[in-house]
Design a protein around this ligand. Structure first.
Ligand code: AHR
Length: 496
């Protein structure tokens, strides 16, 4: 197969938003407990944060972390998670059928954010609670001092306010699985009222209203239109969530999952802009794609779980080389649509459908999906370029004919250009020709992640089975770059 892309660093789509490389820590399974937090672990610091995990988080390079859920937030009482640990109550977590000990809470999360240099993205509970609890949490978190709740925070040892700027107004409120599910009208109203009250404390907040839990929801489209009709002026973002898996064994369609993500983004933007047009508003609502990943959801739904235990193994997907390629393709879509997707969170960070895995009292290691994210976060900064592509295609049941090559180019601040390219064809390698529109080309390198076995994984026993390697086929001749992209591969091409 032959494919070709061309671009010119002068023709840009958008600045890559910092918040595009967000991730997500939910009180779910072992994401928090024995994931990022494990007092007694050989690498734990005085706050119980696992330093082996923190090092991997820094290498992964998330810029922002959403917390504390997810479905968990819809039953969360934030007050339980602050103050002396021995006084914190144990509670039933209805979302995941477990016992929450509250030994990790708001203060510990902020320590984790500071230690990893990420921005906090805090969700408020609009399931079992509402405006008052959201305002109390804001006062505790963000008010400097001199009020009951800000002084309570100070008495808990956190003198400085947390300064949380980005807030989610609930989570997946369209889902029947959500504690306190609401209709679009009910949710639109409570989101608007909560947002307006929160802005009375701080008008500069960035607020995210819940969009649909997936493009497949029966209310998709209608939900966004009704919610935004109620809160267009008081929010900045509408959320989107999407998880992909080859549940029905249809691997070609799974490889092309990014098609669904693109249709999802187009649909939400069209709907949001239609609401804005009707309101004669010149304001644009952007997307916070605040949950995205590969997730073998059917396996979770089929499995049985003991109830009310603490931090059990839940949603611990072990990702294959093939999953990492699909994952990389989703990242490419987010970058390509960075004009309107201005925040996004890889769900989640550790153990729970995470790029990082840990064992209690044991090691931490990188899943296959770690690498596309780390490379994109490191090299995908600057300006997204307009790319013209010509590529052969392959047939899928869900999306018809889909191009084998999926790519995006980013002009980096130092004058270099990075191309992220996926060969989605499972069987056929491809020769990619790149016309980078540069007067002269210095060095070109390509890092490639692939495996002869699409199911190869990094496991406790073999933690480095799948890692990116230097692609030796790069050639530069007369201003033309060529590189061989193996079948089913993720590639990072750096042009300096
Ligand atoms: O990320 C796992 C779960 O998926 C989240 O809790 C929920 O928001 C979504 O359904």
């Amino acid at each position: 197969h032959q494919a070709r892309i061309e671009f010119d660093p002068r023709f840009t789509v958008a600045e890559v938003p910092d918040r595009l490389f967000g991730s997500f820590v939910e009180h779910l399974g072992r994401c928090v407990y024995t994931g990022i937090y494990e007092p007694g672990h050989p690498t734990a610091d005085a706050d119980g944060l696992r330093q082996d995990v923190l090092e991997l988080v820094r290498e992964l390079g998330p810029t922002m972390i959403r917390y504390p859920g997810g479905n968990f937030v819809s039953g969360f009482r934030w007050e339980d998670s602050v103050g002396p640990k021995e006084e914190r109550p144990r509670r039933l977590d209805l979302a995941w059928g477990v016992t929450e000990t509250n030994q990790f809470g708001l203060s510990e999360f902020m320590k984790f954010c500071r230690a990893t240099g990420v921005e906090p993205n805090m969700a408020v509970n609009l399931g079992t609670r509402g405006i008052e609890a959201a305002l109390d949490l804001m006062e505790y978190a963000n008010h400097p001092s001199g009020t009951a709740l800000s002084d309570l925070r100070r008495s808990h040892g956190d003198e400085d306010p947390y300064g949380i700027k980005l807030w989610c107004l609930g989570n997946e409120m369209d889902g029947p699985w959500q504690v306190g599910q609401r209709t679009a009208t009910e949710y639109g109203r409570i989101a608007d009222q909560t947002a307006r009250a929160m802005r009375m404390i701080d008008s500069s907040l960035d607020l995210v209203a819940c969009g649909s839990s997936s493009r497949g929801m029966p209310t998709f489209g209608e939900w966004e239109a009704e919610v935004l009709s109620n809160c267009y002026d008081s929010v900045d973002f509408i959320s989107a969530h999407a998880y992909y898996h080859p549940g029905d064994g249809d691997i070609p369609s799974f490889m092309a999952s990014a098609q669904d993500m693109e249709l999802f983004i187009d649909g939400v933007i069209a709907t949001a802009d239609a609401v804005g047009a009707k309101l004669k508003s010149d304001k644009k609502i952007n997307i916070s794609f605040d949950e995205w990943n590969v997730w073998y959801q059917l396996e979770w739904e089929k499995s049985e779980h003991a109830k009310w235990v603490e931090a059990p193994r839940q949603l611990e997907d072990h990702y294959s080389a093939m999953d990492a390629v699909v994952f990389g393709s989703l990242l490419i879509t987010l970058l390509r649509r960075a004009d309107r997707v201005t925040a996004a969170c890889l769900a989640q960070l550790v153990n729970v459908i995470g790029p990082i895995m840990t064992e209690p009292d044991g090691p931490a290691w990188r899943q296959t999906t770690f690498f596309p994210f780390a490379e994109a976060s490191k090299f995908g900064r600057g300006k997204v370029l307009r790319v013209n592509a010509d590529s052969p295609g392959f047939a899928t049941d869900k999306y018809g004919e889909v191009s084998s090559l999926h790519s995006v180019a980013v002009a980096n601040e130092d004058g270099s250009v990075t191309v992220f390219a996926v060969n989605r064809d499972l069987n056929t390698p491809m020769t990619l020709e790149v016309d980078a529109g540069l007067a002269s080309i210095g060095s070109v390198t390509c890092s490639t992640l692939t495996d002869e076995d699409p199911n190869a994984k990094n496991t406790l026993e073999n933690q480095t089975r799948v890692t990116p390697v230097e692609n030796q086929t790069v050639a530069v001749e007369g201003g033309k770059i060529t590189v061989e992209l193996p079948a089913m591969s993720w590639n990072t091409i750096r042009i300096a």
